[in-house]
Design a binder for this molecule. Structure first.
Ligand SMILES: [Fe+2]
Length: 274
């Protein structure tokens, strides 16, 4: 019991250090998560909750916090998992329907995760015939880009959007694009220019030290080396067709109402720090 008590005290110190870091970098969403973790640790210390099950739960909270902050342990080859939606399926209505979110997340994103795992198993864990190499590389690029972009896309949206950029990303957008309106116009036009399948992406490029906008048509051709996506918009038909049919313009205009600028800002701060 004494050992568990000491461990909880160490965990508390670690939590306080994390709180200091996320406060320094203005990572508002993560700050709330760290504070929740600290609250749970304090409660455990106060009530002497030393059961293995409780400690394991706190460790899991800490682990997922680290993963979101980018200090995560490596994901073993072939073991990617579908991340849960950070809100309910109907939370983005009326802008994005529950039906679309269910199919998009549970079916489409899951198939990218499965495809990436399959490709990685062949590429890194199994003895593979040389003639198969190109096939599995293509599969890794296609499903990998699909998985990573969708993982960002869900978090880039929120039912509690500020509807406008905030904090550091706001200043950076104004400095690089002239104004929020100019940026919004160019991003919208980029999204509408996507032919068939693809994405619009606001990215940070560490080598030029500035933001940029790019369309990624056929997302496996993720072809600006080194860019770090901050805000992505899915322009594949499965993202809007059930609700908007061919009216891509209304889809994009409505999507601006659910952009999670806190998340975009968090990504920007982390990207700039790298
Ligand atoms: Fe998609």
């Amino acid at each position: 019991m004494k050992k568990s008590h000491q461990y909880l005290l160490q965990l508390k110190d670690w939590g306080k250090e994390m709180e200091r870091i996320v406060t320094d970098f203005e990572l508002q969403a993560e700050k709330e998560n760290v504070q929740k973790l600290l609250e749970d640790i304090n409660k455990s210390i106060e009530h002497g909750l030393y059961q293995e099950e409780n400690i394991k739960k706190l460790q899991e909270q800490g682990k997922s916090l680290l993963m979101r902050l980018g200090f995560s342990a490596a994901i073993p080859y072939g073991e990617h998992k579908l991340p849960p939606l950070p809100y309910a399926y109907d939370a983005l209505e009326p802008y994005i329907s529950e039906e679309i979110m269910r199919l998009h997340h549970d079916i489409h994103h899951q198939s990218y995760v499965d495809g990436l795992n399959e490709a990685e198993k062949h590429l890194y864990k199994m003895k593979m015939d040389k003639s198969e190499l190109k096939h599995w590389l293509r599969e890794q690029a296609f499903h990998g880009s699909g998985h990573y972009l969708h993982s960002i896309f869900w978090k880039n949206m929120s039912p509690h959007s500020s509807k406008m950029p905030v904090k550091a990303i706001k200043k950076q957008i104004e400095s690089d694009f002239g104004s929020w309106e100019d940026f919004k116009h160019q991003f919208t036009e980029t999204a509408l220019s996507v032919e068939g399948v693809g994405w619009a992406v606001l990215f940070w490029h560490p080598m030029s030290n500035r933001l940029g906008i790019q369309s990624l048509e056929k997302h496996q051709l993720f072809d600006i080396a080194g860019l770090i996506p901050l805000l992505v918009l899915d322009m594949w038909e499965h993202a809007y067709y059930l609700q908007y049919k061919t009216n891509k313009k209304t889809y994009v205009n409505n999507w601006w109402n659910v952009v999670n600028w806190e998340d975009v800002n968090d990504r920007f701060i982390r990207a700039k720090g790298k």
